[in-house]
Design a protein around this ligand. Structure first.
Ligand SMILES: *Cc1c(COP(=O)(O)O)cnc(C)c1O
Length: 451
């Protein structure tokens, strides 16, 4: 019998994270202070992150031990299954072998708890009692709320007001896990009050919510900040995905030729691909594809420059492909893919030709997601659907060329709390946005100049 799910036992949860900084041909350039534009040291992060995470942020050690308590929490859902998409292969009539790593089995329904859990653990170990963070549609906020409940750390989530009002279910999940959720902008931070004075009905934005959470964390000694993507330590934690997949491919007697992940900040793509990119650096022939929306085409159309991580220009400057920190992408359903930049590690690897990138408009992405759901059952998150589209396209290339390639994509999360997006698709309300060339050009003209 051909196995559909390749499963590992709990004993096979990886005991170490893989740090790609040990093997990259070129490390990313250092982050710079937002005002002096000089490289910042690890100390600059100390007011809002615990030293253990700052050490991981800058470490070039190849393997980093996963603490016992984190492993125990991971065991609530890890190892996640590697599934062979036999039915999708049949439906497409492709000779390709398609596999997906299903991260939707976590309690929060996505890959994000792979990092929220260690972040809660290290903060608690450092004596931190509360974590302040921001969330858009709620994926990161719910992962952080879950982790806080498991490690006895209070969690305060600044949730963009329009999502707070229009997307109640993840908010309710966060509250069920015990988090305090504020509609941002609030009147409890200076950053929030400043916005409300100018516009009492502000719908909020991720940039404003970040400013509120960072201010909250910097104001209280017992409070830190947590970020769900982009930073090196976040990508490190996500490598459990690819490490498990390596072992699962060994059991299946197969090996991926093409690895695909959707790319918002880059954490799920990093997670599934970094252990394999190590092999690519060592000479193995394989392709890694980052998939983004055409309306926020960071890698495919952005410039490799220093830019701020946030809209307001308060964070350090990081070297990344960017569309400009004040670029506001159209309101596509894949909210998690609307970031103006990408993780510095992903950007450096893309710059060095170890990762490729592709962009798709959202109706084509939802066509693919529905096709997948009707063959494999799982309804993917709108973000994940970008990876599904690329996987189907690559499988169709195999069909045209009569090639039997092995394709792996990361099914980063399920879409059961995003069904409004599917309703819009099914009822013909979904629109494709033009590539916003003028707006991106303008935003890029406002990038900081580094001497
Ligand atoms: C947040 C999210 C993403 C995008 O973030 P990355 O850091 O690029 O992984 C993708 N898929 C799902 C399901 C998410 O929740």
């Amino acid at each position: 019998m051909k196995e559909t799910k390749i499963l590992l036992s709990e004993k096979e949860i990886p005991k170490k994270w893989y740090n790609i900084m040990a093997d990259m041909p070129n490390l990313p350039k250092p982050p710079l202070h937002p005002e002096t534009k000089q490289p910042i040291g690890p100390d600059a992060l100390a007011p809002i992150f615990p030293m253990s995470l700052i050490e991981q942020e800058v470490s070039t050690r190849r393997w980093i031990d996963i603490p016992e308590e984190v492993l125990k929490a991971y065991a609530l859902w890890r190892p996640s299954p590697l599934c062979r998409a036999y039915r999708l292969e049949d439906a497409l009539g492709t000779p390709a072998r398609i596999y997906y790593k299903y991260e939707g089995v976590s309690p929060a329904g996505s890959h994000k708890p792979n990092t929220s859990i260690p972040q809660a653990y290290y903060n608690r170990e450092a004596g931190i009692r509360r974590i302040a963070t921001e969330t858009g549609a709620g994926q990161w906020g719910s992962a952080m709320a879950l982790a806080g409940s498991l490690f006895g750390v209070d969690v305060t989530v600044y949730m963009v007001r329009v999502s707070y009002d229009q997307k109640p279910y993840r908010r309710i999940a966060m509250q069920t896990w015990g988090a305090t959720v504020h509609a941002s902008p609030t009147d409890i931070t200076q950053a929030g009050r400043r916005v409300l004075e100018a516009d009492p009905d502000s719908p909020g934005s991720l940039g404003i919510a970040i400013s509120e959470a960072v201010e909250d964390a910097a104001t209280y000694n017992d409070t830190n900040y947590a970020l769900g993507s982009v930073l090196n330590h976040v990508l490190l934690h996500q490598t459990v995905i690819g490490l498990e997949a390596e072992r699962q491919f060994e059991l299946a007697g197969d090996y991926p030729d093409i690895i695909i992940g959707c790319c918002g900040g880059g954490s799920n793509l990093a997670g599934v691909s970094f252990p394999f990119i190590r092999e690519k650096i060592n000479g193995r022939d394989l392709r890694v594809i980052a998939v983004e929306p055409t309306s926020c085409p960071t890698l495919t159309k952005g410039e490799y420059r220093y830019d701020f991580g946030d809209t307001a220009g308060l964070t350090p400057l990081v070297m990344m492909y960017t569309l400009g920190h004040d670029f506001v992408p159209p309101g596509i359903h894949a909210g998690g893919l609307r970031y103006h930049g990408d993780a510095p590690l992903i950007c450096q690897l893309y710059h060095d030709g170890l990762i490729e990138a592709k962009a798709y408009p959202q109706t084509a992405v939802f066509d693919a997601a529905v096709r997948f759901a009707r063959a494999e059952g799982i309804i993917p998150a709108p973000e994940t659907a970008h990876a599904v589209k690329a996987a189907i396209d690559e499988a169709l290339v195999c069909k045209e060329e009569g090639k039997e390639r092995t394709i792996l994509f990361n099914l980063s999360g399920h879409g059961y709390l995003d069904l409004q997006a599917y309703a819009d698709y099914l009822e013909g309300r979904l629109v494709d946005y033009e590539y916003p060339e003028e707006k991106i050009k303008e935003a890029l003209s406002r990038l900081p100049v580094i001497e």
